[in-house]
Design a protein around this ligand. Structure first.
Ligand SMILES: [Mg+2]
Length: 174
């Protein structure tokens, strides 16, 4: 379903993004960390591979994670190594959250702003993927958070839940 929607946007003559950008969350989206090791989360990972295989137009992948950045660069190195360990080493940007962001509202706001910053030429993002609603939608007045609290966390959700992107995929919480 999500592939059909993405292909629909890419082939729509009125939309036709010239710089299609897809934003992925990391944890519990393309990988799951437990027992000291990373395993692929297949739905997110397979989608990532499928997008990378596209040629016309090429699709840009950006990872945006709520892991806190660190001054010594260690957090970034660890995130990059984790991605590489599951075969996700192709991306144009990896954005980590500033250390001061702590609350759910803060994370929602930061993720939203981070997505805004990667909209090339101001184009709508092609796709956003994550296991939290804040990976897909955010309303600075709290609508995103309300949605996160009321939506059934055990189900997939595919559709469009923000004017920031054409297609959103929210994975079930693990
Ligand atoms: Mg996550």
């Amino acid at each position: 379903m999500v592939k059909r929607l993405v292909n629909g946007v890419l082939s729509d003559s009125e939309v036709k993004p010239t710089h299609p950008v897809c934003v992925f969350d990391i944890d519990d989206t393309v990988l799951t960390h437990h027992g000291g090791r990373n395993t692929r989360r297949l739905h997110g990972y397979n989608l990532y591979r499928w997008l990378l295989a596209k040629e016309r137009p090429r699709v840009e992948i950006v990872f945006i994670t709520a892991r806190h950045d660190s001054k010594d660069g260690e957090a970034r190195r660890e995130a990059a190594a984790d991605l590489e360990s599951v075969g996700c080493s192709q991306y144009s940007k990896l954005l980590l959250m500033p250390p001061g962001v702590r609350t759910d509202d803060g994370v929602s706001r930061w993720k939203h702003q981070a997505r805004e910053s990667v909209r090339r030429g101001g184009e709508r993002l092609l796709l956003t993927v994550g296991d939290n609603w804040w990976d897909c939608t955010m309303d600075a007045r709290g609508a995103g958070k309300r949605l996160a609290r009321t939506a059934d966390p055990s189900k997939y959700w595919v559709g469009n839940c923000s004017s920031q992107s054409w297609v959103s995929l929210k994975l079930p919480r693990l």
